[in-house]
Design a protein around this ligand. Structure first.
Ligand code: GLY
Ligand code: MN
Length: 463
């Protein structure tokens, strides 16, 4: 948790951006896995963490804009709670830790909202992402579940995106700690990537590093010799010579800030020529996008720069052909990179995605493309000082996609299908870093994580 002034300041800034009404920020509650008392690991709601800081289940925060007052609703622990879960400060004491003077039992929240509604006051809520939220809000707001979304507030979403997009110094320090843990996770994975090892042995080891350093992983680990499957969570393959291992993994620190790093390494520790050829393309795309990061440039420009770098390199290798500007403008390169360059990162690994990707990544500034590939770009808008985002170009050979486009005769002027046949067993490569936009450029966050061919091979040789 930060100093209480941090939360007061954030709430005041939110208040300044909203004209009137009540903002209701629902914290999360414990969720069961397979019977009521066997719970998933508790994760507090990120908006609740941002404005009310308390990492405890069963709380709700209210900003009463009209009366310039904040209230935390929650219950003091009972003797039963103390026996099974341990003691904790009173709700009043907890509220004071985050600069909130008023608190009340949770059961009073419904009555408070009812009174506000009866006076015709606007109640602003965030979009929901768990069934429990809809059920709880239905009770609290006294409407059927189907009408809960009528309370979702665009002004609240926009104001929150505006605030959370620009990271405070304290937030940047937390993200950097998360990247440093990811550095240890990734260098460990590199050293373990030997033929005969099962993916889960490495995935489990690096997840353990994250847990041992303070938090869980920031999203389920992707660690696979089938990197052409973008979000592959299967960890049962045995590593074999000739395959590349994609590891996309990050940590969450106790304050819940995330890291998200991807490295791709040749099983056994030495790149063969074909692997090196493709790796160098992805690496140049990653570095070029990073080097051009500065306030004022759009992430869509960085994305296009990265995909053109990859497409130009693929042309040099005889995999693509024709005019590369034209190929990219028509979307032929998306055969190899069907996803976007990156996303915002902070308290959520895809920061604020629960508020709506387009609010976060595009706003009123530009419309999201519907073209295959570019449509996957989560962040398109102009970068500003204080943004933290990922730069994660990739190049994949997806056999079924190759077959489909070939059968459809798609982009025949830009894709060399005969050559592509030779790459169907390649897999995929992605290289991802976490980048801060500074006043005059960028800073790649955290300790440097081996990335060049030489650095990766040297690190793997230490295994
Ligand atoms: N690290 C997974 C993703 O960005 O989607
Ligand atoms: Mn990512």
């Amino acid at each position: 948790m930060f100093e209480h002034s941090v939360y007061i300041n954030r709430r005041n800034k939110l208040r300044e951006q909203l004209d009137s009404g009540i903002v209701l920020v629902l914290g999360n509650v414990d969720a069961s896995m397979n019977y009521p008392s066997n719970g998933y690991h508790f994760r507090q709601d990120s908006n609740f963490l941002y404005f009310f800081g308390l990492d405890i289940q069963g709380f709700a925060g209210v900003l009463d804009i009209d009366n310039n007052k904040d209230i935390i609703f929650g219950d003091d622990v009972t003797m039963d709670d103390i026996i099974w879960m341990g003691d904790q400060p009173t709700v009043k004491e907890l509220s004071e830790q985050v600069g909130v003077v008023s608190s009340a039992p949770y059961k009073d929240l419904a009555g408070f909202l009812k009174q506000a509604k009866s006076k015709g006051r606007k109640i602003h809520i965030y979009p929901t992402y768990r069934g429990e939220h809809d059920l709880e809000l239905s009770k609290l707001l006294d409407v059927p579940c189907s009408q809960v979304k009528g309370f979702v507030s665009e002004p609240l979403i926009k104001a929150t995106v505006e605030l959370r997009s620009v990271k405070e110094e304290g937030e940047i320090q937390e993200i950097e700690k998360a990247v440093d843990i990811a550095c240890e996770m990734h260098t460990t994975a590199m050293k373990m990537a030997k033929p005969g090892v099962i993916e889960r042995e490495i995935a489990g080891t690096i997840e353990g590093i994250s847990l041992a350093k303070g938090g869980p992983v920031s999203f389920p680990i992707i660690l696979t010799i089938n990197g052409q499957i973008l979000h592959n969570h299967y960890h049962g393959n045995m590593l074999s010579e000739g395959r590349m291992m994609v590891t996309d993994a990050g940590a969450e620190v106790p304050t819940h800030y995330a890291s998200d790093i991807t490295r791709t390494v040749p099983v056994g520790g030495k790149f063969n020529q074909r692997q090196k050829d493709i790796y160098e393309l992805v690496l140049s795309a990653n570095m070029k996008a990073i080097e051009h990061t500065k306030p004022g440039i759009t992430n869509k420009e960085l994305h296009l720069m990265a995909v053109k770098t990859i497409a130009t390199g693929l042309k040099d290798l005889g995999i693509m052909k024709g005019d590369i500007e034209e190929a990219v403008s028509q979307g032929a390169h998306a055969m190899f990179m069907p996803h976007g360059l990156g996303h915002m990162m902070g308290l959520d690994v895809h920061d604020m995605e629960g508020l709506g990707e387009n609010y976060v990544g595009y706003g009123d500034e530009m419309k999201r493309s519907t073209q295959f590939g570019l449509s996957g770009l989560r962040l398109g808008r102009t970068l500003r000082e204080g943004f933290v985002f990922t730069i994660e170009p990739g190049c994949y050979f997806i056999p079924k996609l190759i077959d489909r486009w070939k059968a459809d005769g798609k982009f025949k002027d830009f894709l060399n299908y005969d050559k592509l046949e030779q790459y169907k067993d390649f897999g995929g490569i992605r290289i991802e870093d976490d980048v801060l936009v500074t006043a005059d450029g960028y800073r790649v966050l955290g300790k440097p994580i081996p990335k060049t061919v030489e650095e990766v091979e040297q690190t793997m040789a230490q295994g």
